[in-house]
Design a protein around this ligand. Structure first.
Ligand code: BG6
Length: 506
């Protein structure tokens, strides 16, 4: 049967898709311009914003890194990255204009002379591109360079241009509560809080933003979004990849700092927060921080840590974490955690949030499953409802972005037999529209000066308060080894079955 596809131009679901681009001129400066993140994510995101007409008319990019390079060489590198990593093909008619807006300045991060030279170059670019002294600085470097870069920006006046200055800081923001506070102090010497954009790319994902819309744009879900009706919530962030070439980074980071302290707690906050008065920076950020304050810190008794051993993922044999290049053979860095979390407030008391995240899981999947309580009384014979599960609502963040509601239905038969069925919403078929990359949304917001999707300092600090006690307890002992391609160590299953529940199979 021919598939019926509605015309995207007339598809009513497309009405309201984000239209407003940035209009105020600006220069976007990338510190760490030759790094992985800049090439894989930042340049493709900026390019795609430009190609969709969402960048200001007067706009330029300046890459800054240690390697010596001319503007033309930088443009060639950028072109190669776009060919590899852009989600759309390069549009030749736009490429020339885009390439003209790319510039490169070479220098070290601790070299004030080079920062001054950058400042002079920026002034010339302002004159050439009409960018009016407005700057968005993006720190795309290893975290150890953040303090020295912001310090030098302060010393050389880069923090105080003729127009506005904003600084976008990648995760991790600190290594624990204490270092997060120290970093904040350093950054606050050169920038005010309203100029600081702490980025967590999960918040730029369409499906993560949709948690907010789903909850607060619909009348029917919010009334049941409480401990009265919800038995528990499961949040899974599973990756099939291993540590890849990031051993040095990961050895210092581990799964809690890499995923839980930021991405996972941000998702939890969106699922559990109270409705804010408006979808704007202070209101949303305050509500998220409030629910994180009510979230109990992670504890040893309610967590399981794992490290991947060798095994098979998608039919391919893969090595154990401890055998990966750059990882010491006796490493006890955890690559997996499962935890039972509690939120001590009226809405959630008694309804646990189970989280799990790990590398080398059977597949890449991020989802939130809201598991509802069973009905108080079933007016059917036992046999009829044998296959009936409690209702659940699954928000699939990635891949197969969508939402599924599971409920009981009468199976077609002359007797009463109840089956559990799915009602599905899929982004791909509903909107017929490519989902933009998270970085596109967040970079555009930084250029437009919208901080709603960026993390405030108090939220960052609270997230460290939730993680720090466990990180301290995990200093001793070792993680349990799980086979690559499995859903984690056996103990992760026990963690939930001891409460009479089980993990959903995503
Ligand atoms: C990053 C982590 O923040 O997020 C990586 O450092 C992880 O370890 C990545 O792989 C996952 O992001 P995404 O968008 O692919 O889910």
């Amino acid at each position: 049967m021919a598939q019926v596809v509605s015309d995207p131009k007339t598809n009513p679901l497309r009405v309201g898709l984000r239209a407003g681009g940035a209009t105020v001129p600006a220069v976007f400066v990338i510190f760490g311009a030759t790094g992985d993140l800049a090439h894989r994510k930042l340049l493709p995101a900026i390019y795609n914003l430009g190609a969709r007409g969402l960048l200001p008319n007067r706009f330029a990019v300046v890459g800054y890194a240690r390697s010596e390079m001319t503007d033309d060489e930088y443009r060639e590198q950028a072109r190669a990255s776009l060919e590899r990593f852009s989600r759309t093909q390069i549009d030749e008619s736009y490429w020339t204009a885009f390439a003209d807006s790319l510039h490169y300045v070479s220098g070290a991060f601790d070299d004030q002379e080079a920062f001054r030279a950058l400042g002079e170059r920026l002034a010339r670019i302002d004159a050439g591109h009409g960018t009016e002294g407005n700057r968005v600085y993006y720190l795309s470097t290893p975290a150890s360079f953040f303090p020295v870069i912001v310090d030098n920006m302060g010393q050389t006046g880069l923090n105080d241009p003729a127009g506005f200055a904003r600084v976008v800081i990648e995760k991790p923001f600190g290594h624990d509560l204490e270092t997060a506070r120290e970093l904040a102090e350093t950054v606050h010497r050169s920038f005010q809080e309203r100029q600081i954009y702490r980025i967590d790319h999960y918040l730029g994902k369409e499906t993560v933003q949709n948690i907010f819309v789903f909850r607060f744009a619909n009348a029917i879900f919010e009334p049941v979004w409480t401990n009265r009706y919800v038995d528990h919530v499961q949040i899974t962030v599973a990756e099939s990849l291993g540590v890849e070439h990031r051993a040095a980074f990961y050895e210092e980071t581990g799964v809690v700092r890499d995923i839980v302290q930021n991405h996972l707690l941000q998702v939890l906050a969106l699922v559990a927060m109270e409705p804010p008065a408006a979808f704007e920076a202070d209101a949303v950020r305050d509500e998220k921080t409030k629910v994180l304050r009510a979230t109990r810190p992670l504890s040893f008794e309610n967590t399981v840590r794992g490290q991947y051993g060798s095994g098979f993922v998608a039919g391919e044999e893969v090595p154990a974490y401890a055998q990966e290049e750059g990882v010491p053979a006796d490493s006890n860095t955890p690559t997996f955690i499962a935890a039972r979390m509690e939120i001590d407030n009226w809405r959630w008391a008694g309804t646990p949030f189970y989280i799990r995240t790990g590398k080398r899981m059977p597949k890449r999947v991020t989802e939130v499953a809201v598991q509802f309580k069973r009905v108080p009384h079933l007016p059917f014979t036992m046999g009829a409802a044998e296959h009936l599960e409690a209702n659940s609502l699954v928000l699939r963040i990635q891949p197969d972005e969508g939402i599924s509601l599971r409920f009981g239905a009468k199976a077609p038969s002359p007797t009463v037999a109840i089956s559990t069925v799915n009602m599905d919403f899929l982004y791909g078929s509903a909107f017929l529209h490519d989902v933009p990359e998270a970085y596109e949304t967040l970079i555009l917001d930084a250029i437009r000066g919208d901080r709603t999707l960026f993390t405030p300092q108090d939220g960052v600090e609270r997230s460290w308060e939730i993680c720090d006690p466990l990180l301290e307890q995990w200093r001793s002992g070792t993680p349990q080894v799980y086979a690559s391609g499995s859903w984690g160590p056996e103990a992760a299953f026990e963690l939930i079955t001891r409460d009479g529940r089980r993990w959903r199979r995503p």
